[in-house]
Design a protein around this ligand. Structure first.
Ligand SMILES: [Fe+2]
Ligand SMILES: [Fe+2]
Length: 318
């Protein structure tokens, strides 16, 4: 776990909906400080080069993230989604275009809510009381057709003076991707590898597929020191810990500890974790990596085909 940190002279920007803290030179972590305590916090990142700036994830769609980023930099913005989930990609539709792995492409059109009004109600329920009345329907970003470009493992975004390599790690979602900044020893990880990595349904991939992805990632992260995550940041040692844990899950020798968690939002479910915890989400042995999984969704063969039946914009796996 890494606590909030910056460096001497680090800049901070704020508007009504967003706050950007400069974690490293020209790397801003964007948050929404008006959330009530206990709500799921999500972070996105603005990474500024010499000729373009990259926005990694677009959050819940509460407020206009594009306008906020444009208040920080005049450079062209490249929006890249870590994956399709509604806490990371719902703000896409205020941008002109986005880059996302093809497996996750249909999912961006599936919001966390059924209508813009429902998403507004959700934003208000998330906010501290004094801020709830400030949010109006015009502040809510909702799906509409947008230019969506595929990205693949090994692609490189060249921002001018800073390059970011795309690494595909299916698991949490089939099209989850990390971005690696080798020169500055940084990774941007979304929900791909953390202390509560959800790899069950949603739809995601079986543990064996996730393990393959993490082994592939580890081949590229020898020079990476820090992972800036979508919900929390970690030292890159979490990658090796996750591989070790997933190998135990596949072998059936992990802790297989059951906990009741407040997920999906607004409800509770009892789920299996690979490593036993002393408190949410802190492992008994002090390591960072942990995974939520379904014991019947470990083997590669458990993954069915993607089904596209035209009934909704999202392809899904049963
Ligand atoms: Fe996610
Ligand atoms: Fe998330």
């Amino acid at each position: 776990m890494i606590s909030q940190y910056g460096f001497p002279g680090a800049r901070t920007y704020e508007d009504k909906f967003f706050r950007a803290d400069e974690m490293r030179p020209n790397v801003f972590k964007i948050s929404q400080p008006w959330f009530k305590e206990g709500e799921l916090l999500v972070y996105c990142f603005l990474i500024i080069g010499e000729k373009a700036a990259l926005v990694y994830d677009s959050m819940f769609g509460y407020g206009n993230l594009r306008k906020f980023c444009e208040s920080i930099t005049d450079l062209p913005l490249i929006l890249v989604d870590s994956h399709f989930h509604g806490d990371h990609a719902a703000g896409n539709f205020d941008f002109d275009s986005c880059y996302i792995h093809p497996y996750d492409m249909p999912g961006i059109y599936r919001s966390f809510a059924n209508s813009r009004e429902d998403l507004l109600a959700r934003a208000k329920a998330t906010a501290v009381p004094e801020f709830a009345d400030e949010i109006t329907i015009d502040d809510i970003c909702f799906p509409k057709p947008m230019k969506t470009y595929p990205i693949y493992d090994g692609d490189v975004f060249d921002l001018g003076g800073r390059c970011l390599e795309v690494i595909h790690v299916g698991g949490h979602s089939p099209g989850s991707i990390m971005l690696l900044d080798h020169e500055n020893h940084l990774g941007f990880s979304g929900d791909t590898c953390n202390n509560d990595t959800i790899v069950r349904g949603l739809p995601g991939d079986p543990i064996e597929v996730y393990l393959e992805g993490m082994r592939h990632l580890a081949e590229h992260t020898g020079d990476i020191e820090t992972l800036f995550g979508g919900h929390e940041d970690f030292p890159a040692t979490i990658i090796g810990e996750m591989i070790e844990l997933l190998e135990k899950v596949v072998a059936g020798t992990d802790d297989r500890a059951e906990y009741t968690v407040p997920f999906p939002p607004g409800s509770q479910s009892t789920v299996t974790f690979g490593a036993a915890m002393k408190s949410f989400y802190r492992r008994v042995d002090g390591k960072d990596a942990n995974v939520q999984y379904s014991p019947d969704y470990i083997k590669k063969e458990a993954r069915g085909p993607r089904i596209l039946d035209g009934s909704e914009p999202g392809a899904y796996r049963p």
